[in-house]
Design a protein around this ligand. Structure first.
Ligand SMILES: [Fe+2]
Ligand SMILES: [Fe+2]
Length: 468
């Protein structure tokens, strides 16, 4: 498949809609400005071995080559249209999917799209300083791959806003470049996206846990009755898979390094690696922050979105029943100082249903890390996910205190429990982060990956300086 020579690579026949094309071509320099201002700090002239999406064909969409990041071809790619796709759930089940936005869902869809879109540039901003302390060239390349693809995801969402939401959509697209992660007056929409990610342990935890929330949100939107949104998110998911791989294997390599030192009778902290207990605290922090992104346990919004055919369940198309009517979801919620069973109509529990899938997926990764521990010769120690009531800021558990087993505790007990990394510990982790730019070398706190990218060896020169 030849690479398109258009200014904006796309498979949406952009040149046939001159108005839209012009509007996006006007947005493009603002995007590049934004990238230069708050994208990766430094490395803009480096040659990075990147994957670029050039089509959506299963065996040819990814093209690998050295690219300078500002020259990355950010494009608009939707999965091809299925003839006569029908909506697969909710009250509108069986009706033809919408090619335009139905008036009555305009506000909801705009809000859904803007909220998703906002996370994409936000994460690039959060991670902008990481290049300077990369643990290896392999990791540096992966960081930049994640960053340029989050940029492409922003393009994907901005296309929807421009194409389907008229003037409001164009204004939203402009504002996506104006908000800033962590800014006091124009912060990003969701809280987890306003915390800086200024060391690599947090980066791996973020791509493991927080990006994985994105996977489940995108998967739910991939079922949407609004067909362009469904087709956009389906293609985004293929890129997202790599981000999750970076996170899951990144944490795995940290665990492996720590385990190998422990098995050799050494103290990881003295060897410049992360102590086992601190890895657990980071898991506690990032898992709980990411759980909040799914929204409240009981939500009338979630029920409305499902009923209207806007947002389905994870792999809705593989479920047997698609109306979720007259069914109950049983959950335990805190009430008057104790936990009580509550029966919630299934539609109102859709956030929790999606969270269930997410928790299962996270548990699978933790099981894998525990195998790594075992293989390295560490016995009797296991990593774990904290209970989903632990450290929540959204839903019925917000403002209350629970231990990692989900038992209610007092604020005092919670503080003494020391289940989260302290400010000192986070500062100490930063002191481990010495950059490693030598081919094939790894920082002291991480094991090498099992294999390289695109069939290349681990010691491949994934990032070359400008002069090379
Ligand atoms: Fe993304
Ligand atoms: Fe991502």
């Amino acid at each position: 498949m030849a690479q398109s020579l258009e200014t904006i690579p796309n498979n949406v026949d952009l040149s046939s809609d001159r108005r839209l094309q012009r509007a996006l071509e006007q947005w493009q320099p603002n995007f590049l400005e934004w990238w230069k201002e708050v994208g990766p700090d430094g490395f803009q002239g480096h040659h990075v071995y990147l994957r670029t999406a050039i089509s959506v064909e299963a065996n040819g969409w990814a093209h690998f080559d050295y690219v300078k990041m500002p020259d990355y071809r950010w494009g608009i790619f939707l999965e091809p249209k299925e003839k006569e796709r029908l909506i697969g759930f909710g009250d509108v089940i069986g009706q033809p999917a919408w090619e335009e936005v139905p008036g009555e869902h305009r506000n909801s869809l705009r809000r859904i799209i803007v909220t998703q879109a906002d996370t994409e540039p936000a994460s690039v901003e959060q991670q902008r300083l990481l290049g300077k302390t990369c643990p290896s060239l392999y990791d540096l390349r992966n960081l930049f791959q994640v960053n340029v693809e989050e940029g492409r995801h922003l393009w994907a969402m901005v296309y929807l806003l421009h194409r389907f939401f008229g003037r409001d959509g164009r204004e939203e697209a402009d504002e996506l470049l104006q908000r800033r992660s962590g800014s006091a007056d124009k912060p990003r929409i969701l809280n987890a996206f306003n915390e800086p990610i200024d060391e690599w342990l947090s980066f791996f935890m973020f791509t493991m846990f927080t990006d994985r929330d994105g996977k489940y949100q995108l998967a739910a939107l991939a079922q949407s009755g609004f067909d362009p949104l469904a087709r956009t998110t389906r293609f985004m998911l293929t890129e997202e898979a790599h981000h999750l791989f970076v996170g899951e294997t990144g944490v795995d390599r940290v665990v492996q390094r720590t385990a190998e030192l422990m098995a050799a009778g050494k103290d990881p902290a003295k060897e410049g690696a992360v102590p086992f207990a601190l890895i657990q605290k980071y898991i506690n922090l990032w898992f709980s922050l990411s759980l909040d992104l799914f929204g409240g346990e009981v939500s009338s919004n979630a029920a409305d979105f499902f009923a209207a055919g806007l947002k389905g369940r994870f792999r809705e198309d593989q479920l047997e029943e698609h109306k979720a009517m007259g069914q109950i979801y049983q959950m335990e919620v805190p009430e008057g100082g104790k936990l009580v069973e509550q029966q919630v109509p299934l539609r109102n529990a859709m956030n929790e249903v999606l969270r269930d899938e997410y928790v299962k997926d996270c548990q699978r990764a933790v099981d894998r890390w525990n195998k790594t521990l075992e293989k390295a010769g560490v016995s009797g120690l296991k990593l774990r996910l904290p209970h989903r009531r632990f450290h929540r800021a959204v839903g019925p558990c917000a403002g209350l205190f629970f231990d990692p087993d989900g038992r209610m505790v007092t604020e005092d007990e919670s503080r003494r429990g020391a289940w989260l990394p302290t400010a000192e510990e986070r500062a100490w982790v930063k002191t481990l982060m010495h950059p490693v730019f030598e081919r094939g070398k790894m920082a002291s706190w991480i094991a090498p990956p099992a294999k390289g990218i695109d069939g290349k060896p681990v010691d491949f020169e994934y990032v070359k300086p400008p002069s090379a």
